[in-house]
Write a protein that binds this ligand. Structure first.
Ligand SMILES: Cc1cc2nc3c(=O)[nH]c(=O)nc-3n(C[C@H](O)[C@H](O)[C@H](O)COP(=O)(O)OP(=O)(O)OC[C@H]3O[C@@H](n4cnc5c(N)ncnc54)[C@H](O)[C@@H]3O)c2cc1C
Length: 389
């Protein structure tokens, strides 16, 4: 595969670097103001605030190589905080399956980062087997609205979200993938209760969301009633590709190597320890292999193909690599990684090492557990049929 960059691509990389340098956060600035201003300036560059959107909706229409360069550069720069649920997840669904009125209503606020979204898919009895979801949406007799009842779980950022995109069941008479309806509704309304779940790493990012007689106007339904599964499936593939985080892992691995050079080991440093070096080298090799898969996936996207099963390979490998980096970071920090609390003990990089490691356990669960990705790869890439036994 030829990954030599053309002069045009090299100029593009320079342009991106310059933009990041010119618009970097300066100490003392109001963070919220800087954040919105950053996205505004990125928009003025011609859709740099929504790199993956098509030009029809204001995106930059980059080539796959430009996307690749952008991802590499964003991994090294400090970009403003951004949740994936709006621009990266619900927007592509609204563009593909929403009507014009919905596109006009939702996309500008999503693009301007004025509204935070969360994803209401998983339920206490429906995670990997998402199609078993039971949250009911009953259409009112006059057909004007749905009444939604049920429980969603693991809902990231529900406590700060303004809106939720939610899978609901409108019919359970047929196959479980049928009768699922895709609804959008505001989070701050009667009938919605959000309860925090504190995860292993000590953070509050996920929640349980209780829905009791929540009224949702039919105008907030995406596409047809009962077709939500089809829409959600497309979205899951976008989500998986985004979770691989390969460029960020490359930067994290470089940081890990630098940190290991600061840890004394005998007359030298941990980075000279053959066992540690071997683990870092193995990670680098796996990262390079995954990067080639990502390039292949970008090339097929350029040819107009929707993300396919390669998104499962990327999710699987990318998240495992992220976990291995976290594990090696804990190893490099040694006992200091276990220190809990605001002050670092021992090497400063070790602070929060264990919390990061514990939080990373979730990477191979959310967005589809690794075992499920392996099933997808076995079936759709390797052509292995499920045993009838
Ligand atoms: C930190 C975090 C954030 C999340 N954020 C969101 C969110 O914002 N919105 C949302 O809707 N959901 C979210 N989720 C939920 C996530 O998508 C589910 O946890 C995931 O789909 C797995 O479902 P489950 O937890 O019910 O586990 P289960 O499906 O019960 O799986 C339990 C175990 O069984 C294994 N297993 C299941 N099926 C198979 C199979 N077919 N073959 C082999 N093994 C199998 C799994 O691999 C896993 O190890 C989040 C989860 C986490 C941990």
């Amino acid at each position: 595969m030829d990954i030599e960059l053309s002069q045009q691509d090299q100029d593009f990389r320079q342009d991106v670097r310059q933009f990041f340098a010119d618009n970097a956060y300066k100490a003392g600035e109001d963070y919220a103001e800087w954040r919105l201003e950053w996205f505004k300036k990125a928009a003025e560059k011609g859709g740099w605030d929504v790199p993956k959107w098509s030009p029809e909706f204001g995106g930059p229409g980059w080539t796959p190589t430009q996307h690749y360069i952008w991802e590499q550069e964003t991994a090294r720069a400090t970009l403003p905080w951004d949740m994936p649920f709006g621009v990266g997840m619900v927007a592509p669904i609204i563009m593909a399956y929403g009507n014009k009125a919905q596109q006009d209503r939702f996309l500008p606020d999503i693009r301007a980062r004025r509204v935070n979204w969360c994803q209401g898919y998983s339920e206490p009895g429906a995670g990997s087997d998402l199609a078993s979801l039971k949250t009911r949406a009953e259409l009112s007799a006059d057909g004007s609205h749905y009444v939604v009842n049920g429980t969603k779980i693991w809902t990231t950022a529900a406590h700060i979200a303004d809106w939720i995109f939610c899978l609901t069941r409108t019919d359970d008479s047929g196959k479980k993938q049928e009768g699922i309806t895709f609804l959008l509704f505001p989070m701050k309304q009667d009938g919605i209760e959000v309860k925090p779940i504190i995860t292993l790493g000590g953070a509050h990012s996920v929640n349980t969301v209780y829905l009791t007689d929540v009224k949702v106007p039919v105008e907030n339904r995406i596409g047809e009633q009962g077709k939500g599964w089809t829409y959600a499936k497309g979205l899951l593939q976008h989500e998986r590709t985004g979770l691989a985080g390969l460029s960020r892992s490359l930067v994290a691995l470089e940081g890990l190597r630098d940190n290991a050079r600061s840890v004394p080991r005998g007359n030298s440093t941990l980075m000279d320890d053959p066992a540690f070096r071997a683990k870092a080298a193995e990670l680098e090799i796996d990262l390079m292999a995954a990067e080639f898969t990502e390039l292949r996936s970008l090339a097929s996207a350029a040819a107009g193909a929707a993300p396919g099963p390669e998104s499962s390979i990327l999710k699987l490998k990318g998240t495992e690599i992220q976990q291995r980096i976290q594990k090696l970071t804990v190893e490099a920090g040694g006992i200091y990684s276990a220190a809990w609390g605001p002050k670092p003990v021992g090497n400063s990089f070790a602070k929060g090492g264990m919390a990061g490691y514990l939080a990373s356990r979730a990477y191979t669960i959310y967005g589809g557990a690794s075992e499920v990705q392996k099933d997808v790869v076995a079936k759709n890439v390797l052509g292995i049929k499920r045993s009838s036994r």
